[in-house]
Write a protein that binds this ligand. Structure first.
Ligand code: AMP
Ligand code: ZN
Length: 467
C-alpha cells in the first residue's frame, strides 16, 4: 500500500511499526456546533483510509478525540474557548453543548456509514494525562510561565515547523506584533491556560500551575500517545491542521519523548469548497448533512459524491454535482437489485473478473484513488463477458471500501397482480380462443389504460406492470 506523507511531500510505501497492525489517530470534532459537510468530507476520507488498510490485511486501531475544551476561536492562542463562547450565546451549559453536538456528530458519521473509531476519547476525560505531559515538558526545559500561562518554547527544539516547512526567519521578520505579549517567540504556544486569561471559564481543573485548562494541541498529543504509544503509524486531519495544530503537536510530542519521528505518516484531506471558497463555520453559512437530507438526499449520496474526488484535491460542492452522485448511486443500487434477483454472489472468478478486482484494489491501495476505482467498477458492470454472479460478488467486495451499503440493497418484490386484472386477462384469452379479436383488443387496451401490458407467449399470456 502507498500513502502520500505530508512530512516528505511524497507518496511512500506504507510500512507499519508492528507487522499487520496500524495505529491511526484522527483529530476529532470540536463539539460547539454541528459538523458541516466539509468537516464530514475529512471523516469520510479517514474512513476510506481505514477500510483500505483493513482490506490490505492490517488490524487498525483507529483513535479519534472529541475536543470539548481548549479550542480557541483564534489559532494564535487568541480569542475565547469555542464551547464557552457558544454557552454564553445560548445560555446552555458547556457540558450540555458538548453532549448535544457530540451526539449529533456520531449520528452524522453513522449515517455516512463511517466506521466507529476503535477508541473515542474526550479531552475533558484526559486532563491528568495532559498535565503529566506538560510536566514532562517542563522537566525537559521546554516551557516557561508568562502571564500565568504555561508556554511551549519553540526555540528549545531545532526543527520546529518541519511538517509545514515553515521558514521561521521569514515568519519572525513578518510577525512584528504578536497577538500575545506573553510569548517570547510569536510561534510559542500555550500548553496550559490558568484562570488569569479568562476569568469566567467554567471548565477548569487544578494543576501545578494553578486552576485552568489545557491548550488544544496538548490534548491530541496526550490522548494519541495514551492509546497508541509514544510512536505510532498514521496521524490524519484536514490540511488546515498542518501549519499550527499538527506542527505544535509534533514539537511538543518529540520534545517530551526525545524520540523522532513521533508519527511515521501524516495524511491530510483537502478542503471541500463552495462558490465562496473553503466551507467553514466562521464564514457563517455552512451546510450540514441534515440540510441535505431535508432536500431529499440520502447521506450516502454525499458519501458517493466524496468518492468522486481524490482526497488530496479540493472538491467543489454544488447541488448539481450532488444530483449526479445521487443518480449514479441510484443506478448502482438498481443494478445490484437486479443482479441479486438473477444470481447469488459467485465464489470463483474468471481471469477478466480477477483483472477488474485487481485494478480496483490497486487504485485504492495507491494513495486512495477512489475516482479511478469507481471508473473500474462501472467498466466491470458494463462488461458483458463478466457473468452476473461474478459481478455481484465483485461489487460487494469493492463495497467493503466504498461503504455504500450495497449488501443492504433489497431485491424489489414483484408487484402482485390485482384480481380484476387477472379476470380481464382470462376474459381476453377466452375471446382469443373464440376468435373474437375485436373483444380481445378492447380488453388489451383497457388493461393498458389500467397500467398493465399483456403479451402472448407459447406458455400463455404474460402480464406486466407498464413502467
Ligand atoms: P473542527 O471540528 O473545526 O475541529 O474540524 C474538524 C475537521 O474538519 C478537521 O480535521 C478540519 O481540518 C476539517 N475541515 C474543516 N473545514 C473543512 C473543509 N471545508 N473541508 C474539509 N475538511 C475541513
Ligand atoms: Zn488534533
Amino acid at each position: 500500500m502507498k500513502l502520500y506523507n505530508t512530512m516528505s511531500r511524497k507518496v511512500e510505501d506504507f510500512k507499519p511499526i508492528e507487522d499487520h497492525k496500524v495505529g491511526m489517530y484522527c483529530c476529532g470534532p470540536t463539539v460547539y456546533n454541528f459538523a458541516h459537510i466539509g468537516n464530514l468530507r475529512t471523516y469520510v476520507f479517514e474512513d476510506i483510509l481505514r477500510r483500505t488498510l483493513e482490506k490490505n490485511g492490517y488490524k487498525v486501531k483507529h483513535v479519534m478525540n472529541i475536543t470539548d475544551v481548549g479550542h480557541l476561536t483564534g489559532d494564535g492562542d487568541d480569542g475565547e474557548d469555542k464551547l464557552e463562547k457558544r454557552s454564553r450565546e445560548t445560555g446552555k451549559s458547556v457540558w450540555d453543548i458538548a453532549a448535544f453536538y457530540t451526539e449529533a456528530f456520531m449520528k452524522d458519521t453513522a449515517s455516512l456509514n463511517i466506521k466507529r473509531p476503535t477508541v473515542i476519547c474526550k479531552a475533558t476525560d484526559h486532563i491528568k494525562e495532559m498535565i503529566d505531559l506538560v510536566k514532562s515538558l517542563e522537566d525537559g526545559g521546554h516551557t516557561y510561565i508568562s502571564g500565568g500561562n504555561v508556554y511551549f518554547s519553540i526555540d528549545t527544539i531545532d526543527d520546529y515547523g518541519k511538517l509545514a516547512k515553515l521558514n521561521l526567519d521569514e515568519l519572525k521578520a513578518g510577525a512584528r506584533i504578536s497577538v500575545d505579549d506573553n510569548k517570547r517567540n510569536p510561534k510559542d504556544f500555550v500548553l496550559w491556560f490558568t484562570n488569569g486569561k479568562f476569568k469566567d471559564q467554567v471548565m477548569v481543573w487544578p494543576s501545578p500551575w494553578g486552576v485552568g485548562y489545557p491548550g488544544w494541541h496538548i490534548e491530541c498529543s496526550a490522548m494519541s500517545m495514551k492509546y497508541l504509544g509514544r510512536h505510532f503509524d498514521i496521524h490524519c486531519g484536514g490540511i488546515d491542521a498542518i501549519p499550527v495544530h499538527h506542527t505544535n503537536e509534533i514539537a511538543q510530542s518529540e520534545a517530551a519523548t526525545g524520540e523522532k519521528p513521533w508519527v511515521n505518516y501524516w495524511c491530510h484531506g483537502e478542503f471541500l469548497i463552495n462558490d465562496k471558497g473553503k466551507m467553514s463555520k466562521s464564514s457563517g453559512e455552512f451546510l450540514t448533512l441534515s440540510v441535505l437530507v431535508d432536500h431529499g438526499y440520502d447521506p450516502l449520496d454525499y458519501r458517493y459524491f466524496c468518492l468522486t474526488g481524490h482526497y488530496r484535491s479540493q472538491l467543489k460542492f454544488s447541488y448539481e454535482a450532488l444530483d449526479h452522485a445521487k443518480s449514479a448511486r441510484q443506478s448502482l443500487n438498481d443494478k445490484v437489485a437486479s443482479l441479486k434477483k438473477e444470481a447469488s454472489p459467485a465464489s470463483s472468478f474468471s481471469e477478466k473478473a480477477c483483472g477488474y478486482r485487481q485494478e480496483f484494489f490497486d487504485a485504492m491501495s495507491n494513495d486512495l484513488h477512489a475516482p479511478q476505482a469507481l471508473a473500474v467498477l462501472w467498466s466491470m458492470l458494463k462488461d458483458e463477458e463478466v457473468p452476473d454472479d461474478q459481478k455481484l460478488a465483485l461489487l460487494l467486495d469493492m463495497d467493503s471500501i466504498l461503504g455504500l451499503n450495497l449488501d443492504k440493497v433489497e431485491v424489489k418484490k414483484e408487484e402482485s397482480i390485482p384480481q380484476n386484472v387477472l379476470d380481464l386477462v382470462n376474459e381476453r384469452a377466452e375471446a382469443k380462443k373464440n376468435k373474437d379479436f375485436k373483444r380481445s383488443d378492447e380488453i388489451r387496451d383497457r388493461l393498458a389504460s389500467m397500467g398493465w401490458s399483456v403479451k402472448d407467449t407459447p406458455q400463455g399470456p404474460v402480464v406486466a406492470k407498464i413502467l
